[in-house]
Design a protein. Structure first.
Lengths: 403, 286
């Protein structure tokens, strides 16, 4: 067995030690991907949870019934293994007796791990699973801070209607995990509502992504737009194979993940140019926050402390920690049921955006369409155009000529 | 029809790389009777070696390939000499345990050293392609395919024609008799494992040119190499290469005409069919 279960009990009490002299800490527990195939995204959750807990403690901790309590964090490494994660969540509740649960990364993980929270009736606020499958089971202890996967392409498809020359045909390529199945299902509905024709609709296996045959099929149909859904490693493969097979959509290609991250641009270099993507969050001074000041200040602090830039995964994870602090203070109690009710009624402004859960347990956040332009992530469209898109995107052969 | 031909070409190009991946695993398995579960980790290390030779030392990836192979050969030789030599020709379970342990260690050390970031080897000419009468032949996968062919053919020649190669095959067939003819098994085994590691290193470098490198890439490549090595027949290099090509084409056709979701089912299904067919042939009286 791959047993390097290094539990990181992180009790960060540096600044406010005297104030907490007698108070017992409130412990949040989570099992996230620190190693394994998803470690490059999982690290956002580990790092953001730790940063948020440290920041909350530095500013006085959590006030319950007039008494200040420090937050503490119990993290396990689920090694990118869903089954191990489930066992660790059970352990967090039965052995470690943590007070509340934060989530893992990815819908597949959140789908299974959240069942543990529901079974033990302990609230979980997760910022890593967007699939509607997580929130359509009638669970009452599970809350999510990623916008619903079904709507990931909503703003992109809305934007397509306003661009000229107009797009008519679409190829949809999606992975077969919980997140991407939800994305594809939602996207098919959105496409038919927008009057766009789906000329290719192909699924690929997440753990064995080889796109050459799908791309040859796509090329034979000459779609105006390629909409691609999956995880970051496969996005890199897809784009590199697009280039090496010389497959270009007539108008543009957009990717559910990868485009906002620094890793994506670094790995692809100039080939990342023109790629459309989406993000529910960009660092903004307009997003006020009680602990970090605002989104921009948070991004600067995160970059300074951790050595890389945060993306929406990190912001979503911070919002999860803040959600618990707000809810515990509103409930004035550590009782699972009371805190759960308080979470359901929360409505506050965070660096990530407005946190207010719908009855299903998800929040509503519009996806901002983004595009890589000259090595930068540029916001393009949310409800209306923010910046001018580079559209239609030039074919690979034309791009080489420019260099 | 053109689409079909294109998909077959795609499959063949990927298949050549698959074959190269499996070559080292088949060789080590056939000669040392070690099912090397760290084969994927060796592929990963080869990928990083070429990546750093390209990004830090500025070497062209194809020029870096022999250097990476040399490094991996040294690593493989030392591993066999000092570690695996202790369990040579011992029950399969022991070798499985040891190589699995080494794989875990190598993978986690790689994450510490290289981080979990995804790396790609992206020379300026990556992404170019040749157009042959309507067919698109991507340049780098084609070159990787060529390199795989050359390496498989070299291995086949070396095993068949050189003294060392014959000593390796003799050790595989009858160790006692080989010893009587003056073969030093410890050295031959280390040479074999080193060669297997060097081939894995080459596969890793070429893989980084067409896909991305991460500390965990070995996890899916080890079972794939395993299947191909069996399809092809362990220490028969050309058979292994053919096995890789067959799997590549089967996967490409499945992906295009059925759904890629079935790709793994197809490859392991092929394996089961083949094992059934082979066993019945083996059991038939001569």
């Amino acid at each position: 067995m791959r047993a390097t279960v290094f539990a990181l009990g992180v009790a960060i009490l540096a600044a406010g030690r005297p104030a907490f002299a007698a108070a017992t800490p409130i412990t949040l527990g989570a099992a996230v991907q620190m190693t394994g195939a998803m470690a490059n995204t999982g690290r956002y959750y580990r790092d953001a949870y730790q940063l948020a807990v440290a920041q909350v403690n530095a500013l006085g901790g959590v006030t319950v019934g007039g008494e200040k309590h420090p937050l503490s964090l119990k993290l396990y490494d689920n090694q990118s293994d869903v089954n191990l994660g489930v066992r660790q969540y059970v352990e967090l509740l039965t052995q470690d007796k943590v007070n509340f649960l934060l989530g893992p990364f990815s819908s597949d993980d959140a789908l299974d791990d959240s069942s543990v929270a529901e079974k033990y009736r302990v609230p979980m606020v997760e910022g890593g699973g967007a699939s509607s499958q997580i929130f359509s089971r009638g669970y009452s202890y599970v809350f999510g801070t990623l916008p619903p996967a079904d709507d990931y392409f909503a703003s992109t498809i809305e934007m397509l209607g306003k661009l000229s020359p107009p797009a008519r045909t679409v190829a949809l390529v999606s992975a077969d995990d919980a997140f991407d199945v939800s994305v594809a299902k939602g996207t098919r509905k959105l496409l038919s509502a927008a009057g766009l024709e789906l000329v290719v609709d192909k699924q690929y296996p997440e753990d064995n992504a080889e796109f050459a045959s799908i791309l040859s099929l796509v090329a034979s149909k000459h779609p105006d737009v390629i909409l691609w859904s999956g995880h970051e490693a496969q996005a890199l493969n897809f784009i590199r194979e697009m280039k090496s097979l010389g497959v270009s959509p007539e108008r543009m290609a957009s990717f559910t993940v990868g485009v906002p991250t620094a890793d994506f641009r670094q790995a692809l270099g100039p080939d990342a140019e023109y790629a459309f993507g989406m993000t529910p969050w960009l660092p903004s001074a307009a997003e006020r926050d009680d602990w970090f000041g605002d989104g921009e200040k948070f991004a600067a602090l995160y970059h300074q402390k951790l050595g890389y830039a945060p993306d929406y995964h990190a912001a979503s994870a911070v919002a999860d920690v803040e959600t618990f602090v707000k809810a515990i203070e509103a409930a004035g109690s550590l009782d699972s049921g009371k805190v759960r009710d308080a979470i359901a009624h929360l409505d506050f402004q965070s660096l990530y955006g407005r946190i207010h859960f719908n009855p299903g347990g998800q929040i509503a956040l519009a996806q901002t369409v983004i595009q890589i332009q000259h090595g930068q992530v540029v916001p393009i469209y949310v409800h209306d155009f923010v910046h001018r898109p580079l559209y239609p995107v030039p074919a690979w052969s034309k791009r080489l000529a420019h260099k | 029809m053109l689409l079909f031909a294109q998909i077959v070409v795609n499959g063949l190009l990927v298949g050549g790389l698959y074959g190269l991946m499996a070559l080292g695993m088949g060789l080590v398995w056939g000669v040392l009777n070690i099912v090397n579960l760290m084969h994927g980790a060796l592929i990963m290390l080869g990928g990083y070696a070429v990546y750093y030779l390209y990004t830090s030392a500025g070497l062209d990836p194809f020029a870096a390939l022999p250097l990476a192979m040399l490094g991996l050969f040294g690593l493989g030789y030392a591993l066999q000499w000092f570690v695996l030599g202790q369990i040579a020709r011992s029950p399969l379970l022991n070798t499985l345990l040891v190589t699995f342990g080494l794989e875990v260690v190598a993978t986690y050390l790689a994450q510490l050293a290289f981080s979990a970031d995804l790396r790609t080897i992206n020379p300026p000419y990556a992404g170019q392609h040749l157009a042959l009468g309507g067919l698109v032949v991507p340049l780098v996968p084609a070159a990787a395919f060529g390199a795989a062919l050359v390496l498989a053919a070299s291995l086949w020649l070396a095993l068949g024609r050189t003294r060392t190669g014959r000593a390796i095959r003799a050790s595989a067939q009858n160790l006692g008799a080989a010893r009587l003819y003056g073969v030093n098994p410890r050295r031959i085994f280390a040479l074999t494992f080193g060669t297997g590691a060097a081939l894995a290193g080459a596969a890793g470098g070429l893989y980084g040119l067409v896909a991305q490198i991460s500390p965990y890439m070995g996890n899916s490549l080890t079972p794939k190499s395993f299947v191909i090595a069996i399809l092809g027949g362990l220490d028969r290099p050309l058979g292994v290469l053919a096995g890789g090509l067959a799997l590549g084409v089967a996967e490409a056709l499945t992906g295009a005409y059925l759904a890629s979701t079935y790709v793994d089912a197809i490859s392991f299904g092929l394996l089961v069919l083949l094992l059934v067919a082979r066993t019945s042939r083996l059991l038939r009286p001569a």
